[in-house]
Write a protein of this length. Structure first.
Length: 170
């Protein structure tokens, strides 16, 4: 299986040092925290987060291939549940999965995108109000689907919004 160090090298090779690399590392950190909360395999979930966007630059002109190509590259280096999570994290691929790792990746990916559009503390604060939906939407009104991805997947995984806020603050 791929190691965390090898995955980090793949990020450098495929994504460089910019926003997308930082995003992938944040998704990995959030997935590791979710894995801890859900008693899942910490390293596997972190690896999945690190690798989920490896094909981003190559598939930019063909978004329906995003995730599919990365999973193909990683065949025999990650287990099937990680590959399916990577394939299904972007709805445009047509791959659907409600497995815990798949849901967690969608949640972490959407949360990382929302954090990138503002301050992590502001997103964390939005997660702690009684009805976080409108507060999260106010952070990035141009992408309302992020709120749905965050809240629906968190609910399906049994993760409270306040727990997500705590993950952003630590």
């Amino acid at each position: 299986m791929l190691t965390l160090a090898e995955a980090d090298e793949l990020i450098d090779r495929h994504l460089g040092k910019g926003f997308r690399a930082d995003h992938s590392r944040l998704v990995a950190t959030l997935l590791r925290k979710l894995a801890s909360r859900l008693s899942a395999d910490l390293d596997l979930w972190e690896l999945t987060g690190l690798c989920h966007d490896l094909d981003h630059e190559v598939t930019r002109a063909s978004p329906e291939q995003h995730g599919l190509l990365a999973a193909q590259w990683l065949t025999n280096r990650l287990p099937a549940d990680a590959l399916v999570a990577i394939q299904s994290h972007d709805h445009r691929s047509g791959v659907i999965s409600d497995a815990p790792l798949s849901r967690a990746l969608k949640l972490a990916d959407a949360l990382a995108i929302l954090v990138a559009s503002g301050e992590p503390a502001a997103v964390a604060g939005a997660l702690t109000v009684d009805d976080p939906g409108p507060a999260l939407l106010a952070r990035d009104p141009s992408r309302p689907w992020l709120v749905t991805m965050i809240l629906d997947n968190a609910a399906a995984l049994g993760v409270a919004s306040a727990d997500l806020a705590a993950m952003l603050e630590t």
